[in-house]
Structure formats: structure tokens, C-alpha cells
Ligand binder design. Structure first.
Ligand code: MN
Ligand code: MN
Length: 468
């Protein structure tokens, strides 16, 4: 099957729009390196686009109707936005669903220790990473520390030009003979992923004879004074913190031709951003109710109260139906069952450097546009939400009519491995759902690559989908 390269079709005017959209996406990435920051950024974007906080309406019971734009943040880590359509919500919604968590290195609850006068944070990595890729990289620390009294300290250190950065050290090649023989999965033990955060001892004050005692953990104590000074927190406060180490630095244009973007967390912000913008850019009253949901915890199986396997989305749809004047559960079930959804998630792009794991004619290629995965899964489609042929035909028609460049893909060769998305969790409601997202090179690496053309085609595709 011939698929045209997306770049071939652009007018000068469309190229300018594509570039402006890519610039805005890069800015979004820089402001949204964690799920919390992405949810906050989504809220900012939606408020600017005239969306109202659904929680305030739920409190007052203020009825809503066609044309209303509402959003809801869930536990500060997931986000939903809706534009109410003319039709009854019981006839279903058009839903774009992406995730805003990305693989990273989380700080443990009792993390701080000193070893040979170096202070470290102990970590537990989050999601599918190749551990060795995270060594000897500048890292930034993002997240929250919630003190016992409920006060929240927002942490972001390592991003500003004059901020310090952190890092996990690697072994020099001169002494790595034994290490280099190891399988990549064993190259570094998960328990050895310790973030070096200080080396300067607290000094002065000790009397003769107390020296040895005073020197014990002097670096750790010095780090604790910095934590107290800068954030007003104690060591105990790590217990109620969520701190995430991510690669420090901004998203960058990539390639001499600037056709790509290199960044942390494209999976899945490269789909979350165009999904949200497609919804925010709806400017008239739609026929069907439209929705974008940006979920947390996809990278660890969509579990937890802010993951797609929780009832937060269903509960929110129930709140909507109530404010729209429907009584009872049936309206919620109908609204979900009659919905159609694009599970906006990334696909691995064919990489000419690793041909052995791909099946070329069924693999997403960079620049061939937004990519549909009828199914994902592993070992014989296990865990896949295999979309219906009828639904695939419907979305294919919509994409063609809107002149969207699109392609289809599998994750890779049948026996090479696999993975999943949030699609199967939404399929539980018996709605039609198919995976549809942007191809990514170096997926799940600290720095991932996407094509600006694919990002743009995803935005166009999502707009077309919302318009049906
Ligand atoms: Mn993903
Ligand atoms: Mn992923």
C-alpha cells in the first residue's frame, strides 16, 4: 500500500501553521514534564479557552446545556474536558483519550542517605525504562512535598539556566570490563539508581574530641539544611512527597532541517497536547458531546485512583448527565456505550538501525502521518483491544475526507514483544475505540524523537474525529 510522505503536500500557509503548532507543543512540553504539571497546564489552556471547572458546577448544581465547556482535574494528575453537544449525551460522545505520565525515576519515601561523604536520594523507577540510559545524564527533580499540616511545596529544580542539576553516576570504561559483559537488563541494578545530590559537609561548630561524631553524615545534614532553607521541609516530609527525576533541559528542534522534535515525555504528551488542543479549538456548538481525557498511570498499567482503570471518568460522566437533567444510571451507561473514541497514544516508529524487530509493511514510519493501531498486545494479541472493522472503516473515511495523512501499524514483529494502551479499559464500556497516535523513535528513552509533520497530522486527525 502506498502512503505519501506528509511533507509533500503542504502549502506555505500550512507549513507555517504546522511550525507554529510545533513551537507551542515544545513550550507545552517544557511546562509539563510530569503528569501533575501536564494537568495544571491543561487546566490553564482550558480556562483560557472558556472552559469552566465542573467541580464548582457540581457543588452548586447549576444545570448545563449545549455549547457549555467544562473541565475537571482529578487528584491533580488526570484531566478531562468536555464540550456539550446539541444531541442527547445518551447518543454518545466523541472522546480523545491520551495519557500524561511518562517513564521516569521516582524518589523513594525514605530516600536520603550518605555514603563516603556523598549524599544520595534512593529511587524506584517508574514505567518501562532501559536503566542504563539514565546514567550520567543531567536530571531535574519535579513534584510535590506535602507537609504533615497539608501545606504543599511545589518542587522544580534543574530546569532554569542557573539551577543546579542532579545525576546518577556511571562507571568509567577503564574499569567496566566486567560490567560491559553483562546483559543490558543487568547492566545496572535498580537499587543502584541513586541520585547524587550533594558532597559538601556541614562544617564548623564541633569541639575537640567530638570530631568523629560531628563528621558523621555531615554531608547529609548539609543537604537537609538546604532542603529546610529552600523548601522549608524536613527529612520526614519525604514520606508524603511525590518527587520525579526526569531529564533536565528543554524540548529541542531536531535535525538540520528542523523537521523533528527531541524531548523527554513525547509518550504520551505528543498525543495529549493535540487531543486537548483539538477540543479547546472547537468554536461552535457541536452535534455530539466532545471530550478529551488525559489520564495518569498508563505507564504502570493504568492502575490507581488517577489511572484509567479507576472510575474517575465514568463518575465524571455521571456528574455530567446529572447536570444535563438525566436521572439514574442508564443515561451514563448509554452515554459511554454509544461513544466512539480514539485512544491517542504513540506507536513505535520503524527504525532503520534495528530492522530485525519490525515488520516493515505493517509498521509506522516517520512522516507518514498519524498512525492507527487496530490492535496492540503481545504474544498473540494478548491484552489488545482489537477494534471492529466497521469502526476502522468509519474513521478511515473521516481521515480521508479531511485530507489527513494517516497510516496503520503494529507495535513490531509478532514475536518481538508488545505493549498496550488505555484502549481496552474504555472498551469495557462497549464503546468503539481504536488506538491512534504519533510514531516515536527511541520510545521510552530519556530523549524521544517525533516528526513535526506527524504531530500536525495527529492534530488534524483529532479535529476531524471531533467533527463527525
Ligand atoms: Mn503511551
Ligand atoms: Mn509508554
Amino acid at each position: 500500500m502506498y502512503r505519501k510522505n506528509a511533507w509533500e503536500q503542504y502549502s506555505a500557509e500550512e507549513r507555517a501553521r504546522l511550525n507554529a503548532f510545533s513551537d507551542a507543543y515544545r513550550a507545552f512540553l517544557d511546562n509539563a514534564k510530569t503528569e501533575r504539571e501536564a494537568a495544571a497546564e491543561a487546566e490553564r489552556i482550558c480556562r483560557a479557552a472558556g472552559f469552566r471547572n465542573l467541580d464548582a458546577l457540581i457543588k452548586t448544581g447549576e444545570p448545563i446545556g449545549p455549547g457549555d465547556r467544562v473541565y475537571r482535574k482529578w487528584m491533580n494528575k488526570s484531566f478531562m474536558a468536555f464540550v456539550i453537544g446539541r444531541q442527547s449525551i445518551e447518543r454518545g460522545m466523541n472522546i480523545l483519550g491520551a495519557h500524561i505520565d511518562s517513564p521516569r525515576i521516582d524518589v523513594k519515601q525514605n530516600p536520603l542517605f550518605e555514603d563516603e561523604s556523598l549524599a544520595y536520594l534512593d529511587t524506584h523507577y517508574y514505567g518501562g525504562i532501559k536503566k542504563y540510559q539514565w546514567l550520567a545524564l543531567p536530571l531535574a527533580l519535579h513534584g510535590v512535598i506535602v507537609k504533615r499540616d497539608g501545606d504543599t511545596v511545589e518542587v522544580s529544580i534543574g530546569e532554569a539556566e542557573d539551577d543546579p542539576v542532579l545525576c546518577i553516576t556511571d562507571l568509567l570504561p577503564h574499569l567496566a570490563h566486567e560490567q560491559m559483559e553483562k546483559a543490558a537488563s543487568k547492566f545496572i541494578d535498580g537499587e543502584a539508581l541513586n541520585i547524587l545530590i550533594g558532597s559538601q559537609p556541614e562544617c564548623g561548630g564541633e569541639k575537640d574530641g567530638e570530631k568523629a561524631e560531628a563528621k558523621k553524615d555531615a554531608v547529609k545534614r548539609a543537604v537537609l539544611s538546604v532542603l529546610k532553607r529552600d523548601w522549608g521541609v524536613e527529612e520526614e516530609d519525604f514520606v508524603s512527597a511525590e518527587l520525579e527525576a526526569v531529564p533536565a533541559g528543554r524540548a529541542r528542534d531536531a535535525g538540520l532541517d528542523r523537521s523533528m522534535i527531541l524531548a523527554y515525555g513525547h509518550d504520551d504528551r505528543v498525543c495529549a497536547y493535540p487531543s486537548l488542543m483539538a477540543l479547546a479549538d472547537v468554536d461552535d456548538v457541536p452535534e455530539r458531546t466532545l471530550c478529551a481525557v488525559l489520564a495518569d498511570k498508563e505507564e504502570i498499567g493504568s492502575v490507581g485512583a488517577s489511572g484509567m482503570n479507576s472510575h474517575f471518568f465514568e463518575n465524571t460522566v455521571a456528574e455530567l448527565t446529572a447536570l444535563l437533567g438525566y436521572e439514574g444510571e442508564l443515561a451514563v451507561r448509554r452515554a459511554l456505550q454509544n461513544s466512539r473514541m480514539l485512544s491517542s497514544d504513540v506507536s513505535p516508529a520503524y527504525d532503520p538501525a534495528y530492522p530485525g524487530v519490525f515488520e516493515k509493511k505493517n509498521q509506522a514510519m516517520l512522516n507518514l502521518g498519524v498512525c492507527f493501531n487496530k490492535y496492540t498486545g503481545a504474544r498473540g494479541k494478548s491484552g489488545a483491544s482489537d477494534a471492529n472493522a466497521e469502526y476502522m472503516a468509519a474513521v478511515r473515511r473521516v481521515m480521508d475526507e479531511a485530507n489527513v495523512c494517516w497510516q496503520t501499524s503494529e507495535i513490531g514483529r509478532v514475536d518481538a514483544g508488545g505493549g498496550g494502551t488505555i484502549a481496552w479499559l474504555c472498551a469495557k464500556y462497549a464503546m468503539n475505540v481504536i488506538d491512534c497516535g504519533v510514531p516515536v523513535l527511541s520510545m521510552h528513552a530519556p530523549w524521544e524523537l517525533v516528526s513535526k509533520a506527524d504531530l500536525w497530522e495527529a492534530y488534524k486527525g483529532y479535529c476531524a474525529f471531533l467533527g463527525i
